[in-house]
Design a binder for this molecule. Structure first.
Ligand code: FUB
Ligand code: ZN
Length: 636
């Protein structure tokens, strides 16, 4: 109730200060995390860790590592009449860790109002505001010492923005953080700062005569400017985002690293730096949704196809090589050296979410769910206090999570991503309510513009049982679209990159008010149209069996090996659970499985297969350094 009252107040506040917000343009409406209260054990634990550990830790790291000091020095230098000689250290985008942590904290504030946290953010924003130059430019890596800025920044504004200065990247994260803060608190402090920097860039860079023709060396401004347009209704921000997309491959920077090897509309393969790529394709989707630019959609359709059929790990991780933190060649998916940056997995969620919003097919959520439960979750420890940057699929014992990094993009991305998970559960289109993820929660939305409240109780990800209850319905007849995951329908991924190599037949049942119902699936959704009454219930039961997976023959690293998964969870063998060294383990082609529920590692389902003991991949590296493998050789 408290939460509802809070949301009502926030929405009132938003109406009061709102610029003219406009539609996101997608045919499907997201149900924002503000409308979803998670009551789930599994995700509740993750949100709690985020609130109690990850975000406080990130703020304290920003403090102790000099991230705040950078802003303070920039302000000092601006008001000095001589060069104060500050040495600019760290990465040129260190400011973004502050913005990203504020973004995550803002999401949390919506669900868990916390005046102390809000006041802390206010105090940080005072420091941030003071570092902004009079024309809106806000980039401490230069302002601290314009004569000797960060070596990646170049001697003048923008001269290295297509390389490593990250001046536009900083804008992107600033806007994402500022919009979240505005939406959570109704305060314009951060939004005004970020809009002034956006205006500064829109003035300097663009298609008009006299403006610079430049694109971001690292994408994210595209997504953020498109979002700023939807929040403010100011068309120039959408135009700027579109300019950045259109100009890719048409400026002086022409290379695959930043997806600028050719114009977007000629691209059909995911290449280059994997985080840049995922953010770019997401920005393309946002701009396409808002402008109706079909050639953009065709391009990202082709690129998505390339990723899921040739460049994605079974964990949903992407970016196979550390060289350039990049996508490798088709089918180049090594395990021990897999880069799979945590940020790239998050970007893969962003891409698949947007592809769903464009096309309404559950296959995108199959990829999203796989990435969420495996590639993303492995990036943060169960207690929320340590992080992986790369997420390999095999280890000889050299890997361990760390509490922070010099380049801290991954921890600060975890800060903003985990609290946003409730926003991925539902979506609405016309008279249809999509249920895309099975997570216990209570949700309020509008279908046919009338209030609908639904609650979910799910045993996911350990059991396939979920009950959905209609608590309130003022919309009359509408369609519940229940996603039937690919793994229940015998499809590992929506391509032939991975397939089940066992003779297990899984199925599912759906009941309405206790009565079994059947339906043809529509794009992967089980659809039930009905004049729903309060108290109506739907029960879903998916068979959740351990499954044997093989990779496409062209994936050299997985030849002669199998991986085990159950439901949305990919398993691995790790050293503490096995008597033999992990690299000596093998499985028969049709292993005999036994399941054990265990309370350790925050509660997991263990799998024993032919004497090999396996745990969920996301839970590895919590018991010291040692060997781990996802793909296990098949014994001759
Ligand atoms: O360049 C900003 C971030 O730093 C990238 O997204 C990460 O891959 C890391 O290089
Ligand atoms: Zn990262």
């Amino acid at each position: 109730m408290k939460k509802l009252l809070f949301c009502a107040l926030v929405s009132l506040a938003l109406t009061a200060v709102s610029c003219k917000s406009v539609s996101h343009g997608y045919p499907i409406d997201p149900v924002p995390f503000t409308a979803v209260e998670v009551t789930d054990d599994f995700w509740g634990g993750r949100l709690q860790a985020s609130r109690e550990v990850t975000i406080p830790l990130a703020f304290s790291k920003c403090e102790e590592s000099g991230r705040y000091l950078n802003f303070e020095r920039a302000a000092q230098q601006m008001h000095a009449d001589h060069n104060l000689g500050f040495k600019v250290t760290g990465c040129s985008f260190d400011d973004t860790d502050v913005y990203k942590t504020i973004e995550g904290a803002s999401y949390l504030l919506q669900t868990y109002p916390d005046p102390a946290l809000e006041a802390y953010i206010d105090s940080v924003l005072v420091i941030v505001a003071a570092a902004q130059e009079p024309d809106g430019y806000l980039y401490t890596a230069r302002t601290q010492n314009p004569e000797h800025p960060h070596e990646w920044a170049g001697p003048e504004r923008w001269v290295k923005v297509e390389e490593l200065s990250h001046e536009f990247y900083n804008l992107g994260h600033m806007l994402e953080g500022a919009i979240a803060h505005y939406q959570a608190t109704g305060k314009r402090t951060f939004l005004d700062i970020a809009m002034r920097y956006a205006d500064c860039i829109c003035e300097a860079v663009g298609p008009k005569e006299g403006q610079l023709k430049l694109v971001p060396g690292h994408a994210i401004a595209e997504m953020a400017l498109a979002k700023l347009y939807t929040v403010t209704g100011k068309r120039k921000y959408l135009d700027q985002a579109k300019f950045f997309v259109d100009m890719r491959g048409r400026t002086s920077r022409v290379d695959a690293y930043s997806q600028a090897h050719k114009p977007l509309v000629e691209q059909d393969e995911a290449v280059g730096h994997a985080v840049r790529a995922g953010y770019f394709y997401s920005g393309v989707a946002d701009v396409a949704a808002l402008t109706g630019e079909q050639s953009y959609i065709d391009a990202i359709d082709r690129i998505w196809d390339n990723i899921v059929s040739k460049k994605m790990y079974i964990t949903g991780g992407v970016g196979s090589t550390s060289s350039g933190e990049a996508f490798g060649r088709n089918y180049e998916l090594p395990n021990a050296t897999a880069y799979c940056e945590t940020c790239a997995a998050i970007a893969n969620v962003y891409v698949n979410y947007r592809m769903f919003l464009l096309h309404g097919d559950s296959k995108y959520y199959d990829v999203l769910e796989r990435t969420l439960y495996n590639g993303v979750l492995s990036g943060v420890s169960l207690d929320g206090g340590t992080f992986f940057y790369p997420n390999p699929l095999a280890s000889d014992g050299r890997h361990a999570r760390q509490s922070w990094f010099g380049c801290a993009c991954c921890p600060s991305n975890i800060c903003r991503f985990i609290p946003s998970v409730p926003g991925y559960i539902y979506a609405v289109k016309d008279d249809a309510l999509y249920v895309n993820l099975y997570i216990s929660d209570r949700m309020e939305t509008r279908v046919k513009n009338r209030p609908v409240t639904v609650s979910q109780v799910s045993a996911y990800p350990w059991e396939g049982y979920t009950a959905i209850c209609i608590d309130e319905n003022k919309a009359g007849s509408f369609t519940l679209k229940l996603r039937i995951p690919g793994w229940v329908r015998g499809q590992v991924v929506p391509s032939d990159l991975y397939s089940y190599a066992d003779d297990v037949q899984t199925g599912y049942t759906v009941k309405v008010n206790g009565e079994a119902v059947s339906a043809e699936l529509d794009h992967g959704y089980f659809c039930i149209t009905r004049d729903w009454r309060p108290g109506d219930s739907v029960e879903l039961d998916f068979d959740m069996e351990p499954r044997v997976v093989r990779a496409h023959e062209a994936v050299e690293a997985d030849r002669g090996r199998i991986a085990i998964e159950r439901g949305p969870i990919v398993y691995c063998a790790e050293w503490p659970d096995n008597d033999q060294p992990v690299h000596e383990l093998s499985l028969s082609a049709a292993p005999h499985f036994e399941l054990t529920r265990s309370e350790d590692l925050h509660g997991i389902e263990r799998i024993q297969a032919d004497g090999v003991s396996m745990i969920p991949y996301y839970a590895w590296a919590h018991r010291g350094r040692g060997e781990m493998a996802v793909w296990i050789p098949v014994a001759e």
